[in-house]
Ligand binder design. Structure first.
Ligand code: FCB
Length: 436
């Protein structure tokens, strides 16, 4: 890699990220069923109908995985806790084995000198709660606050940082409007409710953790830069609306206690009654802002009903996901987020990385990481208070609707033998982090 640790501020943190359902092996250890299990079991939803039953078997191999994190020299590990592993029915009886697992994981990190950075929800909703309407049901905010108290009551005393929910756009829009992720709905009313309730649940969870005396609490958003596909005013409006739906709705809710007007134009009739009254909870102060960044999109207008926009193929080089590589958009996002939303609040890039079919000599990934670290430095030079950067991901894993084919890991996983083999990018980061 071109970069090395000493190119960054002295207390800058480097980390690596994963999530529970994507690596643990959900069928093991007494976890309850989730909406991802039934989504994956429904033909046509997931490539090869693959699921997270075994995934990387991290549940049984986590010591080895923590050794890999330590050996690479990372300062932090961002993992998620599975709601259904802790509360198989989503509420009520606790699975002690689930709580014990996160306790051992936490201690395993601390023993290795790695800071534990938890995300409470990374997408696998317990099925009994999905049966009650899941994110469409306002009660989910209370259920999630209860889960927060139970899991953080056990491990919260040892967390470096915690964020309630990974990527509210994916939880709501991608899953209830596009139908690409569980629960696979395509319904605007369900979408509007999920978008609002996911933020309400975030706020209730923050309040619950403050009640436990915890600090260093944040929110993690996925941002995607939207460019108009052509010079027309219509495409410009379409790109601004895409930006509103994808980025500004969620940042606005948490940091400005308001939703953007262009999004409300289409969504207001479908939002739950008295939604404005929830902003005090949604906007509960946080200590940092996490941005997950992968790509940008070219957007143009269509004559379909609201939001009347479509994505257009762009000309930039693409990853195995088909996502365009645009590091400049990361700088622009970091600068814009600080200027318009978060001010002096520390920002972390909580996910960044690429899928590559190259299983050993993944030089494309090394280049990608280098380019994005340069973009991050550009924002640092402009005074944006960025405190850390996390690579997605430690291991090749279950890439949701795309199954096991798309590989994001610094470490290769052979899904037949579950053998882990560090790739060239792992070795490159390891030397970058070691060199001063
Ligand atoms: C993010 C998700 C993560 C992974 C990466 C590629 O949106 O948080 O689980 O799927 O994309």
């Amino acid at each position: 890699m071109k970069h090395k640790r000493s190119d960054f501020p002295q207390d800058f943190l480097f980390g690596v990220a994963t999530s529970a359902y994507q690596i643990e092996g959900h069928a093991q250890g007494g976890a309850g069923k989730t909406h991802w299990d039934s989504f994956a079991a429904t033909p046509g939803n997931v490539v090869n109908a693959e699921n997270g039953d075994l995934a990387c078997d991290h549940l049984n191999r986590f010591e080895q995985d923590l050794d890999l994190i330590q050996d690479a020299g990372f300062d932090c590990y961002r993992f998620s806790t599975s709601w259904a592993r802790v509360l198989p029915e989503g509420r009520g009886a606790v699975n002690q084995a689930g709580l014990d697992f996160y306790d051992r994981l936490t201690d395993g990190l601390l023993e290795r000198g790695i800071r534990p950075c938890a995300t409470l929800y990374h997408w696998e909703l317990p099925s009994p709660l999905a049966d009650l309407g899941g994110w469409r049901n306002r009660d989910i905010a209370g259920w999630f606050a209860d889960f927060t108290e139970i899991i953080m009551g056990r491990i919260g005393d040892r967390m470096f940082s915690v964020a309630p929910i990974n990527e509210p756009w994916c939880v709501s829009w991608l899953s209830h409007f596009d139908g690409h992720h569980a629960p696979g709905l395509r319904d605007i009313r369900a979408t509007a409710r999920a978008m609002h309730h996911v933020l309400l649940a975030h706020g209730r969870s923050i309040e619950a953790m403050r009640g436990l005396g915890m600090s260093n609490l944040g929110a993690v958003f996925n941002l995607e830069w939207a460019e108009p596909a052509d010079d027309s005013a219509q495409s410009e409006n379409a790109a601004a609306l895409y930006d509103g739906i994808y980025n500004r709705f969620f940042l606005g809710g948490v940091f400005k206690k308001s939703y953007p007007e262009n999004v409300l134009d289409g969504l207001a009739p479908h939002l739950p009654a008295d939604w404005e009254d929830d902003f005090e909870t949604i906007g509960a102060p946080v200590d940092w802002c996490g941005l997950n960044y992968y790509t940008r999109k070219l957007i143009s207008h269509t004559d379909a009903p609201w939001p009347s926009l479509k994505e257009v193929q762009g000309p930039l080089p693409k990853t195995q996901m088909g996502w365009e590589i645009d590091p400049d958009a990361l700088s622009r996002f970091l600068i814009r987020t600080a200027r318009e939303y978060t001010g002096e609040l520390p920002i972390f890039v909580t996910e960044n990385g690429m899928a590559s079919s190259e299983r050993q000599q993944d030089n494309d990934r090394i280049d990608y990481l280098d380019l994005h670290l340069s973009a991050l430095q550009e924002a640092l030079n402009q005074g944006v208070p960025i405190n850390g950067y996390f690579v997605w991901s430690l291991l090749d894993n279950y890439e949701w609707a795309l199954g096991y084919e798309k590989r994001f890991g610094l470490v290769d996983v052979d899904f037949k033998t579950l053998k882990r083999t560090p790739k060239a990018s792992y070795h490159a980061i390891k030397s970058a982090l070691a060199s001063i």
